[in-house]
Ligand binder design. Structure first.
Ligand SMILES: Cc1cc2nc3c(=O)[nH]c(=O)nc-3n(C[C@H](O)[C@H](O)[C@H](O)COP(=O)(O)OP(=O)(O)OC[C@H]3O[C@@H](n4cnc5c(N)ncnc54)[C@H](O)[C@@H]3O)c2cc1C
Length: 478
């Protein structure tokens, strides 16, 4: 540890207590990266675990005084390297700020600290007959702070939207340690810029979220589940399109391609139709006659499109069993080879079948297995490249296929990320999607809020970390 590092580490220890500032490299290594195993990562000089907004303020004040980069981190379940450390940084782990501060049924909202696990919030509001919809598949360990910072989605977005649709207000500690409270507790409110939403999806590059006021909904009914298999992807795509044009809004509409069907069947021996080109799984949680009507309409659409097989059930246990096939898609692909490169392209819903066919072509070209699983109802697809990460040739081909998938998504009018974020993995791709003007607006916002580029450098876009000593000097008073 250099003399200057020793100095700021001591200042952090004075502010937070020695036990909340970890510097042993064997320990800090555990906080170096998220779940994107192939994204670049450095080693934090210190991992800090604040318990209050005041302690986060103290951390940011020390960091800005000494010009130390800060990487905010929740549970580290991210899939794009957005919480990955840079060498010598402070990794600011928010998991000890894990209180559900308030559940207010009258105004149908909850106030939480950022380290609350998504499932903990869902469980806490259920007792009040309420529902917090955003449901990343990692919901039992990812945090609300991470969900907000990446604007996470999940399986029920097709009906309920994504994290940003539930944000009423935020408390954010800015790079220089000032505390911003923005947003509201009211249903409506248009006073000023919508700063709360500026921080949603900012991947920890603009500020540290220390509290969130979140909208809730009434708890939905137990779902009816439908499964259907199709001889061609075109027929599957036809159903997705017909769902949109008919105005049906299922609470879930998921797709698995043949590669995933076979991988899951190999793993679970679940008697899936191995010859099907794709499988659709849908749910309606509207309750009573509405749900029955929705599932009947979905069944008709599947049959009209030429489904080989359609089955529905209102038995929760059977529904859960059918959903297991979807949940097990990634673990099943993982059994084929040691490394997975999981993509997250969203395409217009009319392009879902074309996108899946394009991924099959990329798979043949790269000579690697690529399984496509995704949220068909909102067009958010997760093509997953399966390869041996220890083989340099396979690695090169896997990254080429990853890029080809992003290119394909953009060519179909889609986006490079529907819910996982940009992180380091797609930082080179952001400008290609948003263009130079939008990128310069991003940069201007970043410079206004974090002139020294200390917050989560290298994430989202490459120029985020500016070695601008003038700005740093102004901020630190040097
Ligand atoms: C098996 C699996 C399934 C998944 N399924 C889904 C899915 O269905 N949908 C989906 O959207 N994602 C999914 N993910 C990705 C991941 O779980 C989400 O991105 C999640 O929101 C990350 O939360 P986290 O607490 O782990 O955040 P981290 O990974 O720790 O951090 C993510 C980002 O948030 C920033 N951050 C964290 N806390 C704060 C804070 N308080 N203030 C400011 N910035 C902060 C970090 O700097 C980083 O940029 C999945 C991941 C796994 C491993």
């Amino acid at each position: 540890m250099t003399t200057s590092t020793t100095t700021w580490v001591r200042e952090l220890q004075d502010a937070l207590g020695t036990g909340n500032v970890l510097t042993d490299p064997d320990v800090t290594l555990a906080y170096a990266r998220d779940q994107a195993m192939l994204a670049e990562a450095g080693l934090p000089a210190a991992v800090v675990l604040p318990r209050s907004t005041e302690e986060v303020v103290a951390v940011m004040q020390v960091a800005s005084r000494h010009g130390v980069p800060v990487v905010p981190r929740g549970a580290g379940s991210g899939l794009v390297g957005a919480a990955n450390a840079v060498d010598g940084c402070i990794t600011l782990v928010l998991t000890r700020m894990d209180a559900v501060l308030e559940v207010d049924p009258a105004d149908r909202l909850a106030v939480v600290q950022p380290g609350v696990v998504n499932k903990t919030l869902r469980d806490a509001v259920r007792g009040h007959g309420l529902f917090y919809p955003p449901d990343p598949a990692s919901y039992d360990w990812c945090t609300i702070g991470g969900n907000l910072a990446v604007n996470s989605g999940g399986l029920c977005c097709v009906k309920y939207g994504v994290t940003t649709d539930y944000v009423l207000g935020l408390e954010v500690v800015l790079a220089d340690g000032r505390v911003l409270r923005t947003g509201r507790r009211t249903v409506k409110g248009v006073a000023g810029y919508d700063l709360a939403r500026l921080f949603v999806g900012s991947e920890g590059t603009l500020g540290v979220i220390t509290e969130a006021t979140l909208a809730l909904r009434p708890a939905p009914a137990s779902p009816i589940t439908l499964v259907a298999s199709f001889p061609t992807t075109a027929q599957t795509g036809q159903v997705v399109e017909s769902v949109v044009t008919s105005g049906l809004v299922p609470s879930m509409l998921e797709v698995m391609d043949r590669t995933c069907i076979r991988a899951v069947d190999d793993m679970l021996k679940s008697d899936l139709d191995r010859d099907a080109a794709a499988l659709l799984l849908a749910q309606s949680d509207s309750g009573g006659a509405s749900a029955v009507e929705e599932i009947a309409a979905l069944t008709r659409l599947c049959e009209e499109a030429g489904a080989d097989f359609v089955h529905s059930t209102d038995d929760p246990a059977e529904g859960d069993m059918l959903m297991t096939a979807r949940r097990m898609a990634l673990p099943a692909l993982e059994r084929i080879a040691s490394s997975l490169l999981l993509d997250d392209v969203a395409v217009p819903r009319s392009q879902v079948a074309t996108f899946i066919d394009g991924c099959v072509a990329i798979s043949a070209q790269a000579d690697l297995v690529i399984g496509v699983v995704g949220h068909a109802g909102d067009g958010n697809m997760h093509p997953t490249i399966v390869f041996d990460g220890t083989d340099p040739d396979q690695r090169t081909r896997a990254f080429a296929a990853f890029d080809a998938i992003l290119e394909l998504g953009l060519s179909l009018g889609g986006t490079i990320t529907g819910e996982h974020g940009v992180g380091t993995l797609k930082a080179e791709w952001l400008e290609r999607e948003i263009g130079p003007v939008s990128l310069s607006v991003h940069q201007a916002i970043k410079d206004a809020l974090d002139p020294a580029g200390l917050l989560n450098p290298g994430k989202l876009f490459r120029r985020a970390h500016r070695a601008d000593l003038g700005a740093l000097g102004a901020l630190t008073g040097a």
